[in-house]
Design a protein around this ligand. Structure first.
Ligand code: SAJ
Length: 408
């Protein structure tokens, strides 16, 4: 039986560890965060995701353990965060490198290190390989190196872990095949084995493609707003063409993937990335576009007090509890610079107080405002449309069917 140490038990590492353990692999999950490990050891998951609790139960039955310590195993899967520098737009591989070093301290000769964390193309060559060599290890002899970027979408992670196709990048085809077999213990999709540089690039290109497509939809929304056309109807009809597939406009692009990864290419190839650079700027400008819409709609409806306006949704997208790079947080930052009083905010997925004027009950939130801006289309609001009756509504996600609805 293969033994695997999954390092980093966040949004990607945890479901991956659970999936392997529930499919017959001997897994230890490791994280430096003692509180997180204690929570998992107490039998509780650390975030919400469809199917995660059942998967957790299956993994416990399969013998998964959680620890702060790195373990001696055949394979190490590293899924630690890769922060990026907002100014240089470059990825900071410090956590990946530090995890690799910790692996080197415990592993046996011939172990395989799989990097799942998203890195900018070239990171393995520029930073990871030299750091291993400098530590006195020979790659391919003492340790095998693989890059297997994750591709699952928050909100549908468990399903996508099972069904998505995967990419494995390895120096050595035989090592790649061994890692392919490991993932094939649960993954029903096609698993392509290629080289590391190609695997790094494909991951970032996939997210960049989506970012550019969304930017195109956002630009269409602005054009349509300018001349009072229905962008949703136009996209719907265009998408009936067999070779057109435009995504949906929105209040901005959040999360730690689509709003970040394309910048890696801009950071590394500034003179070659006009389309990507402009697309990212378009997406980043959407919270300000929404703020302008709020001003205009307030004026049109005689609402002068911003405190009577509420933002529904704080997370970066629907039905997840993740607020990283959230358009609502970006809008609030911008709004601080523009309006006198803060807007009200509510999100059913966020129980802690993250921002000023935050509500934790839908009815109380709605009772305190005359205008609601739907920033996130959580199922909760779709199921409570009737509660928006009598309010002025700006729906940036096209989920609403109330009486007086404005769109982007
Ligand atoms: N969004 C729009 N319009 C759309 C679709 C999305 O405005 O039509 C917005 C969302 O509201 C959100 C942002 O874009 O703010 C990103 O959300 P998302 O659902 O497009 O993607 P993520 O960031 O949750 O997950 C992406 C996925 N990548 C692709 O689909 C190519 C996922 O498969 C990756 O594994 C993930 O990034 C990652 O970890 O890299």
């Amino acid at each position: 039986m293969s033994t695997v140490n999954v390092i980093g038990l966040g949004y990607i590492g945890l479901p991956t560890a659970l999936m392997l353990a529930s499919h017959g692999v001997d897994v230890v999950g490791t994280d430096y965060n003692a509180e997180l490990v204690a929570t998992l050891n107490a039998g509780k998951t650390t975030f919400k995701e469809d199917g995660l609790d059942q998967l957790f139960a299956d993994a416990l039955a399969g013998g998964i353990r959680f620890s702060n310590e790195y373990q001696k195993t055949d394979t190490y899967i590293i899924s630690v965060p890769t922060p990026y520098d907002k100014f240089s737009k470059k990825v900071d591989p410090c956590y990946v490198i530090s995890a690799v070093h910790s692996v080197l301290e415990v592993c046996e000769k011939g172990s395989t290190v799989v990097i799942e964390s998203t890195v900018s193309p070239g990171t393995v060559d520029k930073y990871v390989r030299p750091s291993i060599t400098e530590a006195g290890f020979v790659i391919g002899e003492d340790i095998n190196l693989v890059h297997a970027p994750e591709r699952i979408i928050p909100g549908n992670m468990v399903y996508e872990l099972l069904h998505n196709n995967r990419t494995i990048g390895a120096d050595d085809k035989a090592v790649g095949e061994k890692v392919r077999e490991l993932y094939a213990s649960f993954c029903m999709g096609d698993i392509v084995v290629t080289d590391i540089r190609t695997a790094e690039m494909t991951k970032v290109v996939e997210n960049t493609f989506r970012a550019v497509n969304i930017a195109f939809a956002n630009e269409l929304a602005k054009i349509c707003r300018h001349d009072n056309m229905d962008v949703y109807e136009i996209i719907r009809i265009c998408n009936m063409h067999p070779r057109v597939n435009i995504l949906q406009p929105g209040p901005g692009v959040g999360g730690h993937c689509i709003s970040v990864d394309p910048w890696f290419l801009v950071g590394d190839y500034p003179s070659l990335t006009n389309v990507i650079n402009e697309s990212m700027k378009t997406n980043d400008g959407m919270p300000d576009f929404v703020l302008q819409r709020i001003h205009d709609i307030m004026a049109e409806n005689g609402i002068s007090d911003p405190a009577r306006v509420g933002l529904y949704g704080l997370t970066y997208k629907e039905n997840v509890d993740d607020c990283r790079e959230s358009p609502t947080l970006q809008l609030l930052e911008s709004q601080k610079r523009h309006l006198a009083a803060p807007l009200k905010v509510y999100d059913p997925f966020i129980s802690e107080d993250l921002v000023e004027n935050q509500f934790h009950d839908l009815d109380e939130f709605l009772a305190s405002v005359d205008m609601v801006v739907i920033m996130v289309g959580h199922n909760e609001i779709k199921e409570n449309m009737e509660k928006l009756g009598g309010k002025v509504v700006l729906d940036t996600r096209k989920v609403c069917k109330a009486d007086r609805v404005y769109y982007l």
